[in-house]
Write a protein that binds this ligand. Structure first.
Ligand code: PLP
Length: 457
């Protein structure tokens, strides 16, 4: 097969170069290697892996910047076009990926922060002390307010930071009567949406009835909800907003200082790349229209809107690379093979195991081979759950056609890092950052000494 031909055919097969799948930055080199473009810079992923070894995670901070900028610009554009009177604030949900190289690009493009623990707030404090964060950055504090967490909130507020605790239960409600700044309160909306996280019971926040009975809440500025994550359909995002606005209007009668609706996170990414997915633009347009129409119907001033989308912003900005070590016929399945990888789903991509997360997986080299094998992937830990088959199988090149084969798991930038573990004492992948045409090691692969130390050796 001639090397230059058929690039678009191969890109189509591997679902690369498609904007609505968040793969428009991917290309295939004439030698069949995976390439990531960044403006007119490009990174040959196979070259990076040969240089730094595997397993390895490669993240692209410029993509984070672009996604945050687009999100904020799109909200502001619809606010302007539709004549919406409220303001928009984007808060990056830090728990989704707390790596410095993820948080700073988001902040650089104007993201505020949403945090969920004292330790996350500690990082914010450190950046403020180092004069890295402008003191005008707004920080929303979710999660249980322990004494340590509360005293940090108060300390930073004393330094002039806009830090807004969200009240989640009765103990916090009591505690916040003494807090001298704006506060938010979280509602557990009486509505369920189709998503990854469709739990029947939700322990976060107060019920709608409870909130209506509270009457006046001191310094109340924000009504907050976070309904779910990886919400699959637009009505799963619009429905909760409508319902929350009704409550907002009712609460505003007793709380005239209430001026902001915080719609939380939940916007999904098309991990599987199987069918058309909603775009951020269509969601934002629906949300701003809904906020406008509903507040006019209710006769209230257009509220400011806060969005805390995390997964949507960072999932597509990292890939995880493994080498295929060996193959084995699957017992009783003549046409399927195990491919063993030099890393672990349980350790590095825990959601594979925890919530049966599906992934888009493509070769890093040999992207222009015609013949494929049906494959199940086997992780390197000794656990029989350490595997992935996308529900049935995935297609990868035949090992007999390759000198060696590496694979890239796409969209690994959200949640996987802080959930990572060390089953069988495997080392976590090294972490590489590629930005502005340069490739840098962020975190080396862990050595046996470092791993041993974690367990007291
Ligand atoms: C986790 C979380 C988010 C981010 O959710 P995504 O689904 O990743 O957008 C936002 N807000 C709160 C309160 C959260 O707990």
């Amino acid at each position: 097969m001639k090397k230059k031909n058929n690039n678009s055919r191969y890109k189509k097969f591997w679902k690369l170069g498609i904007e609505e799948f968040n793969t428009d930055q991917f290309d295939i080199s004439p030698d069949g290697e995976l390439v990531v473009k960044e403006g007119n810079f490009q990174y040959n992923i196979y070259d990076i892996v040969k240089k730094y070894g595997s397993p390895v995670e490669i993240a692209f901070p410029t993509l984070i910047e672009n996604r945050v900028r687009d999100l904020i610009d799109t909200f502001n554009a619809y606010i302007k076009v539709l004549g919406y009177k409220g303001k928009f604030f984007y808060h990056y949900a830090m728990k989704v990926n707390q790596n410095r190289e993820f948080v700073l690009p988001a902040v650089a493009e104007g993201a505020n922060l949403e945090i969920c623990s004292a330790n996350e707030l500690f990082l914010v404090k450190r950046m403020i002390e180092q004069d890295k964060f402008n003191i005008k950055i707004r920080v929303i504090c979710n999660g249980p307010k322990t004494e340590k967490y509360m005293s940090l909130i108060e300390e930073l507020r004393g330094k002039g930071l806009i830090v807004i605790p969200i009240i989640e239960d009765h103990v916090e409600l009591e505690r916040m009567k003494k807090f001298n700044g704006p506060v938010g309160i979280r509602v557990n909306l009486n509505i369920r949406v189709q998503s990854h996280w469709d739990k029947k019971y939700n322990r976060y926040g107060f019920t709608e009835d409870e909130l209506l009975k509270f009457g006046k809440i001191r310094n109340l500025s924000i009504l907050h909800y976070h309904i779910s994550s990886q919400i699959n359909r637009i009505d799963g995002l619009v429905g909760p907003m409508k319902r929350a606005l009704n409550l907002y209007a009712a609460m505003k009668e007793k709380n005239p200082g209430l001026d902001t609706l915080d719609i939380g996170g939940g916007v999904g990414v098309p991990y599987e790349k199987r069918m058309k997915y909603y775009t951020a633009k269509s969601i934002i347009s629906h949300l701003v229209r809904t906020a406008k129409r509903q507040s006019e119907r209710l006769g209230i001033k257009h509220p400011n809107i806060i969005a805390e989308w995390g997964r949507y912003v960072v999932a597509p900005t990292q890939i995880t690379i493994y080498k295929i070590l060996s193959e084995k016929l699957l017992e009783n399945k003549d046409d399927k093979y195990w491919y063993s990888i030099d890393g672990s789903f349980i350790n590095d991509l825990s959601d594979t195991w925890a919530i049966h997360q599906k992934w888009h997986i493509v070769p890093v080299n040999n992207l222009r081979l015609g013949k494929m094998k049906k494959v199940w992937l086997a992780g390197s830990s000794c656990d029989s759950d350490d595997r992935y088959n996308a529900g049935d199988h995935i297609l990868l090149p035949r090992l007999e056609d390759c000198d060696e084969l590496y694979i890239a798991i796409c969209d690994t930038g959200a949640y996987q890092d802080s959930l990572a573990s060390h089953h069988c004492l495997l080392s976590s992948p090294a972490k590489i950052f590629a930005a502005n045409g340069e490739v840098k090691v962020g975190r080396r692969r862990e050595t046996p000494e470092e791993i041993g130390k974690m367990f007291g050796w």
